[in-house]
Design a protein around this ligand. Sequence first.
Ligand SMILES: Nc1ncnc2c1ncn2[C@@H]1O[C@H](COP(=O)(O)OP(=O)(O)OP(=O)(O)O)[C@@H](O)[C@H]1O
Ligand SMILES: [Mg+2]
Length: 268
Amino acid sequence: MKVITFFNHAGGVGKTSSVRDVGFTLAHLGHRVLLVDADPQANLTDWLGVRSVDRGDGPREITLDDTLYPAILADDGANLALPDPVRAHGLDLIPGHLDVATIEPLLPGQLMGVMRLKEALRPLADRYDFVLIDPPPSLGQLSALSVIAAQQVVVPVPASGKGLKGLKTAVQMLGRFRQANPDLTLALILVTQYNDTTNHSRESLAQLRAGFGHLAPISTPLTYRPALYPDSQLHGEPLPLYSSRSPATGEILTVTNQLLAALGVGHA
Ligand SMILES: Nc1ncnc2c1ncn2[C@@H]1O[C@H](COP(=O)(O)OP(=O)(O)OP(=O)(O)O)[C@@H](O)[C@H]1O
Ligand SMILES: [Mg+2]
C-alpha cells in the first residue's frame, strides 16, 4: 500500500481535483484505492457526489463519525480507528465534514497526535494499493498529519508566477515534515491549470522545469479548462467519468502513468 498526499499549502492549486481524478484513474486501471478527505471544505466528498452515507439503515447525513476524526481524536482516547469508508465510482472514500476543522485546535494537546493518521492507515495495508490524501490549503495540523501519514507527496502547482512562488515554500515545508517522517519523498510535481495560449503559462512551465526539475519529475501539464472542471464537480463525478472522451481525460491518464512510473509501479 502506497500512501500519497497531494500537498501544497497554497489554495486553489488543484489538490482536490487531482486526488479525485488521479484516484479514479488508478481505480479504473485496476488498483484498489482509498481517498481520504482531510479538508473541512469537504470538496472532494462533494465532487464525488457523496452527500450522505448509508450503513444499512437508510441514507443519512454525513457526520463527524464518518470522517477521519475518530482515528485522530476520541473522547475516551481508545479505539482510534478509521470508520468504514463509503463507496463512490469504484473508489473508497473517508468523507470530509466541516467539523473536521475541530482537529486543528485539539490535536496539539495530544501526545504524538500528528502520527495518528499514519497509525490508523497501517491496518489497511492489505486492503488497498493506494491511499490518496487531500489536505486543506494550510500548514496546520490537518496538513501535518496528512503529510506525515504519507510515504510520497505529489505537489500540484499551477503553471503561473504565483504557482512558482508557492512551490518554493511547499518544498521547504516538506523538508521540515521529513524530520517527523524521514522516508518521505517528493514523487511528482503535478502541473495544473496550464493555458498554452498565454506566454505567462508557457514561461512558468519552462521556469518550473528549469528550477525544480532536479527535485522531482515534473508532470506533463493538465490544461486549464474553465467549463469542464466545474461541470464535473456539479455532477459529482470524476472528470474521466463525466467526460471520458475529453482530451482532459487523456491528460489525466498520462499524469497518472507518470505518477506510477515515479513510484516504480507498473500497470495493474
Ligand atoms: N485544469 C483546470 N482547469 C480549470 N479549472 C480548474 C482546473 N483544475 C482545477 N480547477 C478549478 O480550480 C479550483 C481549485 O481547484 P481545486 O479545488 O482542485 O484546488 P485545491 O488546491 O484543492 O483548492 P483548496 O486549496 O481550496 O483545497 C476549482 O474550482 C477547480 O474547479
Ligand atoms: Mg482542495
